[in-house]
Design a binder for this molecule. Structure first.
Ligand SMILES: [Zn+2]
Length: 138
């Protein structure tokens, strides 16, 4: 039996701003423009989590869907939905909460919690026209 890829989607809203401590105030403004405003601005993000594996002969599933939903809710949505990412999510005290880093943070939160299925991809949309894919550290 071949490998099957299953994707679950979830939406969350969060605010952020971009600021690098390695840059001066002028350099931050030049690089990040209005996204450098420390009062932040919001996005409606879409998270897509893709797991892969063989289809279980008994259940016909590649993953326990209820468990996947619970893990996404607990590890990512409860931590990031309606949050000011820079101030309320520990990863973003040091990492700039770009869409790239949100995808990496979501992967690192989800990957150790998934048991039967293997995490394949985390995709985060910042807008309908812009998304980031992360396939893990390897
Ligand atoms: Zn933004």
């Amino acid at each position: 039996m071949g490998t099957v890829y299953l994707t679950r989607k979830a939406e969350f809203a969060a605010s952020h701003y971009y600021h690098s401590p390695e840059l001066s105030a002028e350099e931050n403004l030049r690089l990040f423009g209005k996204c450098n405003n420390p009062n932040g601005h919001g996005h409606n993000y879409t998270l897509e989590v893709t797991v892969k594996g063989a289809v279980d002969a008994t259940s016909g599933f590649v993953v326990d869907l209820k468990q996947l939903k619970e893990i996404m809710n607990r590890e990512v949505l409860e931590a990031m939905d309606h949050r000011f990412l820079n101030k309320e999510v520990p990863e973003f005290e040091t990492l700039i909460p770009t869409t790239e880093n949100i995808a990496i943070a979501a992967w690192r939160r989800l990957e150790p919690k998934l048991k039967a299925a293997q995490l394949h991809r985390v995709r985060v949309y910042e807008t309908p026209d812009l998304f980031v894919d992360f396939y893990g550290e390897a």
